[in-house]
Each structure stands twice: as structure tokens, then as C-alpha cells.
Ligand binder design. Structure first.
Ligand code: GRF
Length: 280
């Protein structure tokens, strides 16, 4: 469902599920919040007829049903936002069904509430007693018929049961060229500080499948940016983040269009939308 055209606000396009029908014991934050600071002009999904016309004209496109996405966030959520906007704009053949966070007050959670996306807190902790257990979260994801899990700045290690429940269906984005500068402790500005200190001349984001350790799953996509002689960690982070927003959207679009093929040795490759025999 689309928000009424002309409201000028981006607050909620997705019908919010009835929490009572989902997992009885799990509390969602589903009420749309007033959040003027984060509501910007609405990006409208193209009309069905425009989309069909694009496919008929051979302009490329995917005719399958939209995939259902769960996005996990601990911070500001700019990657979450770019994926959500791409989904609303028709670039990603998916719908964000739920936002999962360990930090219920983070920017990503605020953005979700503003856009009518249910928020689930995971895991339960002293500072987040409203959080759910792994089993409860799995039930929620099943009830919401989630196809793919996207980690976008979620800082906790994902429990094995959750990883195993989404084989080849869980992605993460990391702000360095893995396998360099990854693993426990490499997050946020620590990554960029380490890159600069190493003298590396290039950096960039990696999108990878998630396994049971930090940043070790199979690489799906990368982008390269230069590390400049006088870069501060903040400057390098901004250059990398700009690329993150592009490469994560492209990888998620490919995932949602079944354009990922697995090489015999287990390396995932993205096929081109225009020509399935070419790799991106
Ligand atoms: C990004 O740099 C991402 O690579 C890392 O965490 C950061 C999240 O940023 N995993 P944002 O919350 O998407 O702005």
C-alpha cells in the first residue's frame, strides 16, 4: 500500500502487521511516530503499469514476487535507509518487513517507526529488557515470512541458530576490503583508523554472506576507494559510506531477483540483469 500521493511525507507504505497475530509474546513497536526530522519527501514506487511496460520493452526487470526483508541495525541506519528507499523506488524487488535492533533508541529504529516498519529488539539485555530471545526472533521472522536478513551496522554476533535458519540468505556490509581489517573489534572508525595506519592506498566496502563469526563469510561484492595521503578516519569513512549505499543496494537487488550464482568452489557471483551470462 502506498501513502497518499501528495502528502509530502514518507511515513509508512507498508501495512503494519497485527502483532497479536504474529508471535503472541513478542512486543512490536509498530505505532507510527511523529518524526519530522527524518521524514523527507516520499519516493514513490513506480505504478504497476509503468513497471510492466519496462519489462515488456526489454528494459530489464524482474517479474517475481517481492522478497521480504529483515534489516538489523545498531546505529544511524543510513544503509537501511538506502535499501528501504531503493525498495520504495522499485530498484530492489523487496519490502522491509521488520527492523531488528539491539539499540531501540538508535537512528535506524527511529527511521523504521517513522516509516511504519515494525521494530523488534534483539537480544534481550539489561538495557533492553523488552528484547526477545533467539527462538522468539526466529518465530517472528517465520511469521513475517522473511526471505532474507540484511545486517546493516548491527554490532552483535548473530547466533548460530539464526545463521543456520537463513542459509545463503543473510548478508552483511563491512567498511573495509575483507579479509583485511575485519573481525571482532573492527567496527566503526576503528576500521578506518587501522586502514590509514597500515599505509594501505585503497579501501572500500565489502558485502558478504554471514557465517557464525565476524566478517568471515563469502564475499559477494566490493567497491574500491582511494585512501588519500592526509585522510582523517572521518573523511575515509564518508568516502567508503557513499560506496556502501550503492553496493549494498546492488547486492540486495541481485539477491531479490535470484541473480546470485554459486561457483563450484563456493564463491557467490552476481549475474548482470541485462545478460545472465555476464558477471558484475
Ligand atoms: C557501516 O559503515 C557498515 O559498513 C558497518 O556499520 C556502518 C553502519 O552505518 N557495518 P549506517 O548505520 O548504515 O549508517
Amino acid at each position: 500500500m502506498e501513502a497518499a500521493a501528495g502528502t509530502g511525507l514518507r511515513c509508512s507504505l507498508n501495512p503494519v502487521p497485527n502483532p497479536r497475530k504474529i508471535s503472541a509474546r513478542v512486543r512490536f513497536t509498530t505505532k507510527r511516530q511523529p518524526c519530522a526530522a527524518t521524514c523527507r519527501p516520499l519516493l514513490l514506487r513506480p505504478s504497476a503499469s509503468a513497471y510492466t511496460a519496462a519489462i515488456d520493452s526489454g528494459a530489464g526487470g524482474y517479474s517475481g514476487a517481492n522478497k521480504r526483508l529483515a534489516v538489523f541495525v545498531s546505529g544511524g541506519g543510513s544503509n537501511f535507509r538506502s535499501i528501504h528507499e531503493a525498495a520504495l523506488g522499485g530498484k530492489v524487488n523487496g519490502d522491509v518487513a521488520v527492523l531488528v535492533t539491539d539499540k531501540p533508541g538508535c537512528g535506524g529504529a527511529d527511521y523504521a517507526r517513522c516509516n511504519g516498519i515494525p521494530v523488534v529488539v534483539f537480544p534481550k539485555s539489561k538495557s533492553a529488557p523488552e528484547g526477545v530471545s533467539t527462538d522468539e526472533l526466529l518465530n517472528v521472522l517465520r511469521d513475517l515470512k522473511v526471505d532474507f536478513v540484511l545486517l546493516a551496522g548491527y554490532l552483535k554476533l548473530i547466533p548460530g541458530e539464526l545463521v543456520q535458519a537463513f542459509p545463503r540468505s543473510m548478508l552483511n556490509i563491512h567498511p573495509s576490503l575483507l579479509p583485511a581489517f575485519g573481525g571482532k573489534g573492527y567496527y566503526g572508525s576503528k576500521v578506518h583508523k587501522a586502514v590509514i595506519a597500515s599505509g594501505a592506498r585503497y579501501s572500500g566496502p565489502t558485502v558478504h554472506f554471514v557465517d557464525e563469526q565476524f566478517d568471515t563469510g563469502r564475499t559477494l561484492a566490493q567497491r574500491v576507494v582511494p585512501v588519500l595521503a592526509n585522510d582523517t578516519p572521518e573523511q575515509l569513512a564518508a568516502r567508503v559510506l557513499h560506496e556502501e549505499h550503492q553496493v549494498y543496494v546492488e547486492a540486495v537487488a541481485a539477491l531479490c531477483e535470484d541473480r546470485i550464482v554459486w561457483r563450484e568452489d563456493g564463491v557467490p557471483l552476481i549475474t548482470s540483469q541485462a545478460n545472465p551470462n555476464e558477471y558484475m
